[in-house]
Design a protein around this ligand. Structure first.
Ligand SMILES: [Zn+2]
Ligand SMILES: [Zn+2]
Length: 299
């Protein structure tokens, strides 16, 4: 699968795929939650309440696409925490079913939803063994705002790279998982490239991996030019090629040597560092905010 949104035509749309409402443990009603995201300029949103579908048909969309969603639990990792599965494109209301293993939970989730992401692996203390023990999920959350602002465990980059290193070439999303008990809003989202803004186009682009995750930095283009990966972005402090192999990878910091600290909007990283394997690009701005492309193949 070519998960490269920069190689396809379309418009960029901003969306958050994981948020709760008063239908589970969120503080805002479904409509208030929709209103908050619409007012902030989001183009699509998923209300993913625990164990139930908050039906978009009951709501005023305020110009956004609402993706039918739910968060289902099941199985347990080796350190005891159950898996939280973010289900997108729900086909029907989920039943209360016992899913003792992660694979059973995932199989059930897949029977009711078009896409299933493993939510907040770091918050859940999931190990590489946990994530490799079941198969068939569509990606993971690389960043979860409420997990970061709540307990400081929002970043799941090592989990993602562990999967990539083991041949699971999966995309990752950044989300809020907002409950509004504290300010867990607007900390991470995805930029999705699709021909138009409707539910079918959003789901198709999600399935194709035509997006990148971000906390603010904009990635405008990633392209291979004469053995270099050219990255065009909003002003950045660091551009990194992350390669999930021991000692591999490259970052612009290693060549700047303190001489030029000015933000850059274009960077070249050597494709050879990926050694013909998988890499992903990470952009960090002057405030430490990150953006993550999906994995790409060097050859
Ligand atoms: Zn969760
Ligand atoms: Zn959640």
């Amino acid at each position: 699968m070519n998960m490269n949104p920069f190689a396809v035509q379309g418009n960029w749309y901003r969306g958050n795929l994981h948020t709760h409402t008063t239908n589970s443990d969120g503080r805002y009603s479904p409509q208030s939650t929709v209103d908050v995201y619409a007012q902030a300029g989001y183009d699509f949103l998923a209300l993913a309440d625990h164990g139930r579908l908050t039906n978009p048909a009951d709501l005023d969309h305020r110009g956004m696409v609402l993706v039918p969603a739910a968060e289902l639990n099941g199985g347990r990792g080796e350190l005891g925490q159950s898996f939280h599965l973010l289900c997108l494109g729900m086909r029907r209301e989920p039943e209360r079913v016992e899913t003792p293993s992660a694979q059973e939970a995932l199989d059930y989730a897949r029977s009711v939803a078009e896409l299933v992401f493993v939510a907040h692996p770091y918050w859940s203390s999931h190990t590489p063994k946990d994530l490799m023990a079941f198969d068939g999920y569509d990606g993971i959350e690389v960043f979860n705002t409420t997990c970061q602002r709540g307990i400081g465990r929002g970043y799941s980059e090592p989990h993602w790279d562990d999967l990539l290193a083991r041949g699971r070439i999966l995309p990752a999303i950044a989300v809020d998982d907002a409950h509004f008990g504290y300010w867990d809003f607007g900390g991470g989202w995805i930029m999705l490239r699709a021909p138009q803004l409707d539910l079918d186009s959003v789901m198709a682009a999600l399935k194709a991996g035509h997006y990148y995750a971000t906390q603010g930095p904009e990635i405008k283009d990633v392209a291979v030019v004469d053995g270099w990966v050219k990255v065009v972005c909003s002003p950045a402090r660091t551009v990194a090629m992350v390669v999930p192999a021991p000692g591999r990878g490259w970052t612009t910091d290693r060549v700047r040597r303190g001489k030029d600290e000015s933000p850059m909007t274009e960077a070249y990283v050597p494709l050879s560092e990926a050694r013909g394997g998988v890499f992903r690009i990470e952009v960090i701005d002057e405030h430490g905010r990150r953006a993550w492309t999906n994995p790409m193949k060097a050859s």
